[in-house]
Design a protein. Structure first.
Length: 386
């Protein structure tokens, strides 16, 4: 066990991503036989370019500070590795691993990052290199396969819930207000947008739209007109992945993902043209995944726990696996960790189950039962009503 451990993260940051880095480094430090623990700057790009940091001598004070640090301490990347394992980029990767005597790899990320994890395991298998690789699950989108939920989702959901409640209080301040369109992250799924369903009556969106429930523009216009006529305002929550025709000129990443922002801006123009009602669009974007103030304590605990579990297993030479979170039965929330095949997780997208989706005003009680325990009792927004 005289080799070093390499850790890198990629994809969008979360409010607890640095907690996983803390978990990995602190757990590895328990093994005196490990030569070093390296962090790759900017994901797999740091491995390709030999841009690594050695955490072996990191002070206890600095190590603990990682738990509170927002953003992604090591930076991130959205670089897709080529399918051809003979591509020269893989020679660069192996050269870096050999230079730093790296014998174990941990990959923290979501669907695309697990594709990177899978390609590395295939590379080492093809070249007969005994380097185990394990994935650590992370994404605010909560669309990872074979896990109860993804690390980062509970904290992002908390941010969405509390911010939406404040938007609603602002919207109802006027006798005759606006139609407020709240666009929420989540790419192709509605897990984050659906979190607003946990808000109480009078402090929740009038309409909630997610990709899993389809889209009918004319039906929406009828419903929102009805609500506006009755209340003098309306607040509608939309997943950014709703199939509302709009254009975004920001290009795409190497995984082929186009930026999705803008569906509510286009919908606002439609409301202008067809309903002639004043409206406002609010994008709940980057702060959703970067807010350190509304982190779920469960999320913090599991972010550290999955990384420690990954370290223990990669040092046992487990490979081509991803840490999975299993929810234990019982009234009080408790989880355990296990390993699942990275091949079955890479590039897969998990949508909200049909049984969670009731209509555009409410989700099922089973969804609330699923999400509420993950928030750790930190749905803090409440206000006196006249």
């Amino acid at each position: 066990m005289d080799k070093s451990v390499l850790y890198f993260q990629s994809g969008g940051p979360t409010a607890v991503i640095n907690c996983s880095l803390y978990g990995a480094v602190s757990e590895t430090k328990k093994y005196p036989g490990i030569a070093g623990i390296f962090g790759s700057r900017y994901g797999i790009e740091g491995v390709i370019n030999d841009d690594l940091l050695n955490f072996r001598d990191l002070s206890l004070e600095d190590l603990r500070a990682l738990r509170e640090m927002p953003g992604a301490a090591l930076g991130s990347s959205r670089k897709k590795l080529p399918a051809d394992l003979k591509d020269p980029v893989y020679d660069q990767i192996i050269a870096t691993l050999n230079k730093h005597d790296i014998g174990y790899i941990l990959v923290n990320g979501g669907n695309d990052s697990m594709d990177t994890c899978y390609r590395l395991t295939e590379l080492f298998k093809a070249r007969r290199l005994p380097i185990p690789v394990i994935g650590i699950p992370k994404t605010i989108d909560n669309d990872l396969a074979l896990t109860d939920h993804a690390v980062g989702y509970p904290s992002a959901a908390l941010h969405i819930i509390n911010t939406t409640a404040m938007i609603i209080d602002d919207a109802k301040a006027y006798k005759k207000g606006k139609i407020v369109l709240v666009e929420i992250m989540g790419r192709d799924t509605g897990w984050l947008t659906a979190a607003t369903d946990l808000l109480p009556e009078g402090r929740r969106p009038d309409l909630i739209y997610i990709p899993e429930m389809g889209w009918d523009e004319e039906e929406f216009l009828k419903e929102v007109q009805k609500i506006y006529d009755k209340k003098g305002y309306a607040v509608c929550a939309f997943s950014e992945g709703m199939p509302i025709q709009h254009h975004n000129d920001c290009g795409s990443d190497s995984f082929g993902h186009h930026p999705m922002e803008g569906c509510c801006i286009s919908l606002g123009h439609i409301i202008d043209e067809k309903l002639h009602i004043p409206n406002r669009t609010i994008e709940l974007s980057i702060p959703t995944r970067a807010d350190p103030l509304l982190r779920s304590p469960i999320d913090v605990q599991e972010a550290i726990g999955v990384a420690r579990f990954a370290v223990r297993n990669v040092l046992r030479n487990e490979t081509a696996q991803v840490v999975s979170i299993k929810r234990d039965p019982g009234r009080i929330y408790h989880s355990t960790f296990c390993l699942v095949s990275v091949k079955k997780v890479a590039d897969q997208t998990v949508f909200m189950p049909k049984e969670y989706c009731v209509d555009h005003t409410h989700f099922s009680a089973s969804f609330k039962k699923y999400l509420e325990p993950l928030l750790g009792g930190k749905v803090v927004y409440d206000a006196f009503q006249l």
